[in-house]
Design a protein around this ligand. Structure first.
Ligand SMILES: Nc1nc2c(ncn2[C@@H]2O[C@H](COP(=O)(O)OP(=O)(O)O)[C@@H](O)[C@H]2O)c(=O)[nH]1
Ligand SMILES: Nc1ncnc2c1ncn2[C@@H]1O[C@H](COP(=O)(O)OP(=O)(O)O)[C@@H](O)[C@H]1O
Length: 215
């Protein structure tokens, strides 16, 4: 049984120093690298994150689900969302509008959940400007050949849209310094890529200077 002096000293020692706050996590990278596949695997693992469903004027691809992959709207509706300042960020991505609904992200962060969004590199740059404390992760394939094959095998691109995506990727790779982490999503190694992302998020919650997102 400790003495009174010891117990009063112990009463002043507070080890509850870890004050994690919800992270804003951006997963970015060139078209076809596996951002959607990574997010789907994270969802399949029932990780306690809010996955932002962004809004697009692009037409749904076969298999894409409204409210899951995107909120699909027509161009006029997207333009009124811009006019009504409903989007934290928006961009013309491969000739289609894409944007992040402000209220969805605000609500998610206020709920205390880590918020995950997948954006193209220009979107990641805007999030960096708006929220310097966001965690930006750049996904890469093992090599260009594997990446090109993945885009082809996905069967979602016309020759023109494929050309746009390849031209865009070069410029995106030159912006790597914008990101905090690079994760390799190698052929048939999706599980490892998601393990790496989980590890990054875990470590980010152990920082002595937590990343505070002011939204
Ligand atoms: N800037 C920005 N990019 C977005 C948003 N939503 C999705 N994206 C990105 O837009 C790009 C185009 O997406 P998509 O049309 O599905 O083509 P994919 O990348 O070839 O699958 C992808 O890099 C997405 O991560 C958004 O709200 N803002
Ligand atoms: N690690 C991987 N190994 C093999 N194929 C993959 C891997 N990750 C993703 N893919 C496939 O590559 C294609 C592009 O992935 P997708 O998630 O659509 O990329 P993005 O969302 O970055 O455009 C899809 O057909 C997907 O199933």
């Amino acid at each position: 049984m400790e003495s009174d002096a010891t117990s009063s000293a112990l009463a002043n020692i507070r080890f509850d120093v870890l004050q994690p706050s919800p992270l804003l996590i951006v997963i970015s990278g060139p078209s076809g690298v596996g951002k959607d596949a990574v997010l789907n695997e994270m969802k399949a693992r029932l990780l306690p994150f809010h996955f932002v469903v962004t809004t697009t004027s692009r037409k749904p691809r076969p298999g894409e689900v409204e409210g899951v992959d995107y909120n699909f709207v027509d161009l006029a509706d997207f333009e009124s969302m811009i006019a009504n300042n409903e989007l934290i960020e928006y961009a013309l991505v491969y000739q289609d509008y894409k944007g992040i609904p402000r209220n969805q992200v605000t609500r998610a962060l206020q709920s205390g959940k880590d918020v995950v969004m997948r954006l193209d590199v220009q979107g990641a740059r805007k999030i960096r400007d708006l929220f310097p404390e966001a965690v930006l992760i750049f996904l890469v394939p093992a090599d260009a050949k594997e990446w090109y094959q993945r885009l082809i095998d996905r069967k979602t691109e016309t020759p023109e849209s494929l050309k746009i995506r390849i031209e865009t990727a070069l410029g995106e790779l030159n912006q790597l310094d914008l990101f905090d982490y690079v994760v390799v999503n190698a052929h048939n190694r999706l599980q490892k890529a998601v393990d790496d992302i989980e590890a990054i998020i875990k470590v980010e919650h152990s920082r002595t200077k937590p990343r505070k997102i002011n939204i």
